[in-house]
Design a protein around this ligand. Sequence first.
Ligand code: FNR
Length: 334
Amino acid sequence: MLSYENKLILAPMVRIGTLPMRLLALRYGADLVYTEELIDWKFLRSKRKYNDTLNTIDYVDQTDGTIVFRTCDKEKEKVILQLGTCNAERALKVAKLVENDVAAIDINMGCPKEFSIKGGMGVALLAQPEKAHNILTTLVENLSIPVSCKIRILETPEDTLKVVEKLVSSGIKAIAIHGRTRDERPQHAVHPDVIKYVAERISIPVIANGGSKEIEKHHHIQAFKEMTGCTSVMLARAAEWNCSIFRKEGLLPMDTVIKEYLKLAVDYDNSPSNTKYCVQNILRDLQETPRGRKFLDCQTLEQICDIWELGEYCHEKQSKYQKMGIQGRWQVCP
Ligand code: FNR
């Protein structure tokens, strides 16, 4: 059974946390990796298929053939699927579909985006603790794999603890706490003291989150652990910018990370648009350089790979996949 103690974790990140980035994080030293948030009703349109060209399990949208979720054996014991939901029955249906393909299920109770709140998902669930509790209990009682949730802090440490205690009483195995309130944005200071206040008072592991602004090097993770009194830490932006933050041996140069990422993107036939988005978030300001502008003009995976001298690698792999009969239909990103 999965343990949540003493773990370094890749946070759920929409569009970033697809298979190549999760595998890269694991290679660099992450112990557990969350998927991007997947919305329950969208997931329910998909069908599970084994892809014998890539050796992956693909959940393919039946309406348009796009890949909703792709996973493989390498991450099976370490991947946590995060669901966006406001409905216990639907959440359970999805969880049952993936139960044998992932290590655990997490429910997003922290997303402050309008799309989530309007749909009664994400942080909206913290205003309805009974409903949130019901979703978690339904999953805990009917699944053979662990269940967790990810929340934000509330206005006071006491209010936060009260909601957390309610959620913990569902039987979840861990809770990730992003140390910002629903109205605070990533540039605002995180509140490690609130995470600590809660972690000291509950019996299950608390996963501390929200420290990326101060985590520029691997050893800064230790300081965040101490400030929050947690043994497990979850990183989002620090990993989005340079995934080698998980390496004990220290950060790798950006170009090395991009190359390793691109190889995985090619190996797992990741869509050009998703690959481009992830590389853009590694390059950040460097998109303004001549090389960055050339990169922004790219439309195919091979063009992107060419910039990092992997054009040939990409060409050969794609030719091989085509011969083996892969169908190039990918999730269209907004
Ligand atoms: C996020 N975050 C997020 N949270 C979540 O529960 N589900 C999700 O799908 C996403 N998606 C997402 C995308 C991107 C691009 C970012 C930057 C963030 C929030 C994230 O997991 C985390 O809680 C915050 O970013 C704070 O942690 P860091 O960045 O300080 O480590």
